[in-house]
Each structure stands twice: as structure tokens, then as C-alpha cells.
Design a protein around this ligand. Structure first.
Ligand code: HEC
Length: 127
């Protein structure tokens, strides 16, 4: 019985210690989703190599279609979007509505929280 009480106290302390780092949890969740849904075509954002899709290194607040040595579609080159968090959210929600004719031929992610978490991960992971 005493042990149970200890456990509860420990859990409470741990929660208190990490309670402020909601952002870190979001980044972790974003990473998990990225590893499931984006990794088929993009290296993780801390990697500067292009794959089937361009490197997403430092993508947040960059203009679209700027990554070196990547052959973007005309649609992406002409889209002239700045990848603010808001625009990334729109693109990840529905790539071909945001940039009609894009080579990123994917069904978008419909859950707003998942999109926000991916963007936190993209933002966090530039080193
Ligand atoms: C089926 C392969 C594929 C998947 C899966 C994919 N992408 Fe892409 N992505 C691409 C391609 C190809 C491009 C280049 C598009 C173009 O030139 O029209 C691209 C471009 C992008 C761009 C614009 C890059 C720039 O430099 O302007 C972003 C941002 C992006 N992808 C994010 C994501 C995220 C986040 C995911 C996961 C939720 C994802 N992509 C999943 C293939 C993919």
C-alpha cells in the first residue's frame, strides 16, 4: 500500500517537472508522424540531402522551391509561397489544392493537431 502512494507521488513530481514542456511532446509526436507519413519521400529535416522530395532542412519561413539541387515542378516553382507555419499547415492539409499540379502527390493530413505537431518538428529540427 505504501508503495502505491510512493508511485503516485513520483508520478506527480514527474508530471510537475515536465508539465511545462508541452512543446517538446508536440515535437516528439510530430517526429513520429513524420517518420510514418513523410519519410517515404523526405529525409528528416536535420538532413540536408534531397530524396524523392526536397530536403526540408530549414523549411519554415523559406520561399517555396528554393532547396539547392532539387528539381521542383513548375507548379512549385511558380507558387511563390513563403512557408510560414500557416502556409505549411495548408499545404500539409491538402497539397494539391494549395499548390495545384505539385509533384507531392499525397493525401493531406486532416487532423489539425497532427499538422501542428509536424510543423513544430520541422521548426525544431534544423540543426
Ligand atoms: C509521395 C512522396 C511524398 C510524401 C509522402 C511527402 N512529400 Fe513533401 N514533397 C514531395 C515532392 C516530390 C515535393 C516537391 C514538389 C514539387 O516540386 O511540386 C515535396 C515538397 C514538399 C514541400 C515544399 C518544399 C520546398 O522546398 O518548397 C514541403 C514543405 C513538404 N513537401 C512537406 C512534406 C511533409 C511535411 C510530408 C509528410 C506529412 C510530406 N511532404 C510528404 C514528395 C512527398
Amino acid at each position: 500500500m505504501k508503495k502505491c502512494v510512493m508511485t503516485i507521488i513520483v508520478v506527480t513530481i514527474v508530471t510537475a517537472a515536465f508539465g511545462g514542456s508541452v512543446r517538446a511532446q508536440d515535437v516528439d509526436n510530430g517526429k513520429k508522424i513524420f517518420m510514418k507519413l513523410c519519410i517515404a519521400c523526405h529525409y528528416p529535416p536535420n538532413d540536408e540531402r534531397n530524396w524523392f522530395g526536397p530536403s526540408l532542412h530549414g523549411i519554415v519561413n523559406r520561399r517555396s522551391a528554393q532547396y539547392k539541387d532539387y528539381s521542383y515542378s513548375a507548379a512549385m516553382k511558380n507558387s511563390n509561397i513563403i512557408w510560414t507555419e500557416e502556409n505549411l499547415d495548408k499545404f500539409i492539409k491538402s497539397p494539391d489544392i494549395t499548390v495545384p499540379g505539385t509533384k507531392m502527390d499525397c493525401v493531406g493530413i486532416s487532423t489539425p493537431k497532427d499538422r501542428a505537431d509536424i510543423i513544430s518538428y520541422l521548426n525544431d529540427n534544423v540543426n
